[in-house]
Design a protein around this ligand. Structure first.
Ligand SMILES: C[S@@+](CC[C@H](N)C(=O)[O-])C[C@H]1O[C@@H](n2cnc3c(N)ncnc32)[C@H](O)[C@@H]1O
Length: 245
């Protein structure tokens, strides 16, 4: 019998392999995604999205939430602003949970969910007052194109918000989170979701993501101005924001 070839680690994936693995993983972990987010982050994920929603200008009327997943960012925006929100994601199963939660919370009149790819947004130029992407950019190989698309659909003067996980810079915090990401998350995530590979990918994707300074640089290269980064929860998460000129 032929031996099974060893599985490639996510660091060795081609861009195409990454995109299909991301689609498959999110489809598979959909039923446990929200629960695991809250458990693994100690409910900090709720606070991080609230911070983003609190930074969106109060006069915003139309907001795009990209890589919307199960809709928690869109729901935080609906709670904090009076805007209409469109959530876009390329995994229909994740969006279906968002639709159901929005109905349960009485927000379905304010949030619409659409299946779509961050690299080819089905919108005209300059129509949104703001765009948010929470824990999504890390999963997109062509980050420059995603940032360019986000800037394209936002009106001049509108805002772009990127919320992402990072490794803290403080040495002790870094050591702790390294252990937590490498040892705890794959085991606990694997146990609860029965999809250990997805929770091995999570820390690998964080480790392989841009540093806050590199991300700020990419946002500037995408044409955004007044780019600022704000570190949250000991630097384990970072919120970048920029303005479309
Ligand atoms: C970690 S989840 C984040 C979901 C949500 N924003 C949140 O705060 O919980 C990442 C999401 O990005 C989506 N995604 C990844 N690449 C995408 C792409 N190119 N276009 C649209 N969605 C994408 C995945 O399907 C997944 O739902």
């Amino acid at each position: 019998m032929k031996a099974k070839p060893p599985e490639k680690s996510s660091g060795d994936w081609t861009d195409e392999e990454r995109v299909s693995a991301v689609r498959r993983m999110f489809r598979e972990i959909t039923p446990r995604y929200d629960l695991l987010n809250h458990i693994l982050s100690g409910c900090q994920d709720i606070y991080w999205r609230r911070v983003v929603a609190g930074r969106v200008p109060s006069e915003a009327e139309l907001i795009l939430d990209l890589a919307s997943g199960t809709g928690d960012m869109a729901l935080a925006l609906a709670r904090r602003t009076g805007a209409k929100i469109i959530g876009v994601d390329f995994v229909r199963e994740m969006l279906a949970v968002g639709v159901e939660k929005s109905m349960r919370r009485g927000c379905s009149g304010r949030i619409a969910y659409l299946t779509g790819d961050a690299l080819e947004l089905p919108f005209a130029d300059n129509i949104f007052d703001a765009v948010t992407i929470a824990f999504g950019l890390r999963n997109i190989p062509d980050k420059d194109r995603a940032l360019a698309e986000m800037s394209r659909v936002v009106k001049p003067g509108g805002r772009v918000f990127v919320l992402e996980m990072t490794f803290p810079r403080n040495r002790q915090a870094k050591r702790f989170f390294h252990w937590y990401f490498k040892q705890v998350i794959p085991r606990l995530g694997g146990l609860i979701s029965s999809r250990r590979q997805a929770y091995e990918y999570l820390p690998e994707s964080i480790a392989g993501f841009l540093t806050p300074a590199q991300l700020a640089d990419r946002m500037e290269r995408a044409g955004l101005t007044a780019v600022r980064a704000r570190s949250l929860s000991f630097g384990v998460t970072c919120l970048h924001e920029g303005t479309v000129p």
